[in-house]
Design a protein around this ligand. Structure first.
Ligand SMILES: NC(=O)c1ccc[n+]([C@@H]2O[C@H](COP(=O)([O-])OP(=O)(O)OC[C@H]3O[C@@H](n4cnc5c(N)ncnc54)[C@H](OP(=O)(O)O)[C@@H]3O)[C@@H](O)[C@H]2O)c1
Length: 182
């Protein structure tokens, strides 16, 4: 399974502006366009329950797109689940990936938030990262990656300026991942 992570961040690594869960209040239309083009290309999308709760009202469910929501309490969401389109699980990343491989999926797109990004990175299962930097600095907000003992080396594959303001889309390949002692 090829595992791809995507996020948009301030230049200091915040994926939300303060307590506002709506990222579209500060992200650029160019990044939004890129994000949705990526969603279109992937038939397996994984997110954490906190992210799901911010987007659940606007998700358009389609037959050939499976969204998996990670939660420790999948039962809480049983009435919302739609087999093959919206599923809730508390499986760990490697088990989930194996299961999805057996269902025929070859690519998985992780769309956040920071908790789930960290969970997959810690599991050493991420192959590529798309990261958009909006030219902004936020003094508070949620982090792209949580504080954990991670030591990951990436290789920059491409860098593209998306607009005049300087929104920049970076594509990385993960080359080395290890844990370290703090
Ligand atoms: N800028 C961006 O690119 C971007 C992208 C996505 C989201 N966001 C923003 O990020 C915020 C959410 O981020 P977040 O870090 O708070 O939350 P999150 O990563 O979306 O979800 C966290 C939740 O995942 C579940 N979870 C965590 N570890 C798990 C495990 N080992 N097994 C199963 N489930 C597990 C838990 O759900 P339960 O509590 O249900 O057990 C936990 O509360 C939102 O405000 C959203 O708007 C920004």
């Amino acid at each position: 399974m090829k595992v791809i992570m995507v996020a948009v961040s301030s230049i200091n690594g915040k994926i939300t502006r303060g307590l506002d869960p709506n990222i579209y209040s500060w992200t650029s239309k160019e990044d939004t366009k890129f994000f949705f083009s990526l969603i279109k290309k992937h038939s397996l999308i994984v997110m954490g329950s906190k992210t799901y709760e911010t987007v659940r009202k606007v998700i358009k469910h389609e037959k050939d797109k499976l969204r998996i929501v990670l939660t420790r309490e999948p039962k809480k969401y049983s009435e919302e689940a739609k087999k093959g389109m919206l599923e809730f699980t508390n499986e760990n990343p490697s088990k989930l990936i194996k299961k999805m491989e057996s269902r025929g999926y070859k690519k998985l797109l992780i769309v956040g938030g920071g908790t789930i990004n960290t969970l997959f990175l810690k599991s050493k299962l991420v192959n590529e990262i798309y990261l958009t930097f909006e030219p902004k600095i936020f003094g508070s907000g949620k982090n792209l990656i949580k504080e954990e003992n991670l030591d990951i080396t990436l290789k920059l594959i491409s860098a593209k300026k998306l607009n005049r303001q300087g929104t920049t889309l970076l594509k990385y390949r993960v080359s080395k991942m290890k844990g370290y002692d703090i």
